[in-house]
Design a protein around this ligand. Structure first.
Ligand SMILES: NC(=O)c1ccc[n+]([C@@H]2O[C@H](COP(=O)([O-])OP(=O)(O)OC[C@H]3O[C@@H](n4cnc5c(N)ncnc54)[C@H](OP(=O)(O)O)[C@@H]3O)[C@@H](O)[C@H]2O)c1
Length: 295
């Protein structure tokens, strides 16, 4: 069992913690907030062993194996490096870093400290998307030639200020990374070139596949992915968390307790194997996402 400490008890942390609680190889050991009252409330609600109101203090806890970082994007690199300095393994919410330079520095440091580091892209690890990847790899829809994926949401509800005024701000970093990581994974090839226009991009992969990705905070979109192969196609609405897809006209459904559990089980399995980098969500996979954003 990998004992995890969650840092940053903001909006997404509840769903991350649910994901940890369902994981078969993870234990919610600690929670850490700027407010002890909040940390204690989370500790009680989710039966964690420890509540901290100081990140450094949590990092000195010898019982802790891994930190799950849920803080604002512009602080991720700093919080990753603090964890690595204390020889903690790290899984960090997307976008892990706001530039390729920052990302390389984090992975270089993880290597030096012999610690595991992975960007938390749940999209790649949901049961449905793992199954779809396997089907595509087995040639079930032939050669994948074209991918179209979007994630847009109108900003009707309150969203934190750092989404607008800090490094790593904007909808591409916030939700554009979902269609990007999905397209990169399903294309299963390195990127050859990217044509970016505002919040959309055309990606050509070395294997000849072309993807169109789009995101927006201003308009609603279908929020659907289409994967077109030479022998068939796959369609999936809300592809970053869904349990249902259409393979040609046939409905496929999988079971899922939490859309976060897959990525957490994968990261913990990597740590148990002594890996310092995921073979799936690797440094290269994270760099390829930033390549599409152009940073
Ligand atoms: N994978 C997904 O589906 C998904 C969905 C949404 C967001 N995310 C990612 O998760 C991360 C957090 O997003 P969120 O929506 O939960 O953000 P949020 O509501 O703003 O919460 C961020 C938390 O980080 C902590 N924090 C530490 N230092 C801070 C500082 N200087 N300023 C502000 N907060 C600070 C705070 O925790 P305390 O209040 O406990 O002190 C704060 O509540 C982001 O990287 C985001 O992209 C992922």
């Amino acid at each position: 069992m990998i004992r995890i400490g969650v840092y940053g008890l903001g909006k997404i942390s509840h769903r991350v913690i649910q994901g940890i609680l369902y994981a078969n190889n993870a234990d919610l050991y600690a929670v850490c907030s700027s407010s002890l009252e909040k940390a204690n409330a989370f500790k009680k609600e989710y039966s964690a062993e420890k509540a901290y109101d100081d990140y450094e203090q949590m990092l000195h806890d010898q019982n802790l194996d891994m930190i799950y970082i849920c803080t604002p994007n512009y602080l991720h690199a700093k919080h990753i490096q603090m964890a690595l300095k204390n020889f903690k393994h790290v899984i960090c919410e997307k976008p892990m870093c706001v530039s390729s330079k920052e990302l390389d520095e984090c992975f270089d440091y993880a290597k030096k400290q012999n610690c595991f580091l992975m960007e938390a892209h749940k999209t790649v690890f949901t049961p449905l998307n793992q199954k779809l990847f396997e089907m595509i790899s087995n040639g079930e829809i032939g050669q994948v030639k074209s991918i179209d994926a979007q994630y847009a949401t109108r900003l009707t509800e309150s969203i934190s200020e750092w989404h607008f005024n800090q490094a790593g701000a904007g909808c591409m970093f916030d939700i554009g990374v979902y269609p990007i990581c999905y397209a990169n994974r399903m294309a299963n090839s390195k990127i050859k070139q990217v044509f970016r226009l505002k919040d959309e991009a055309l990606i050509e992969y070395e294997n000849g596949c072309v993807a169109h990705i789009a995101t927006s905070w201003d308009v609603s979109m279908e929020n659907t992915s289409h994967i077109y192969g030479t022998k068939g196609s796959i369609t999936c609405k809300n592809f970053w968390k869904n349990i249902v897809a259409l393979i040609n006209e046939n409905r496929m459904i999988v079971s899922q307790k939490s859309d976060f559990t897959g990525e957490i089980e994968h990261a913990c399995a990597c740590v148990e194997k002594g890996l310092i980098e995921s073979p799936v969500m690797s440094r290269m996979a994270s760099l390829e996402i930033l390549k599409v954003i152009g940073v």
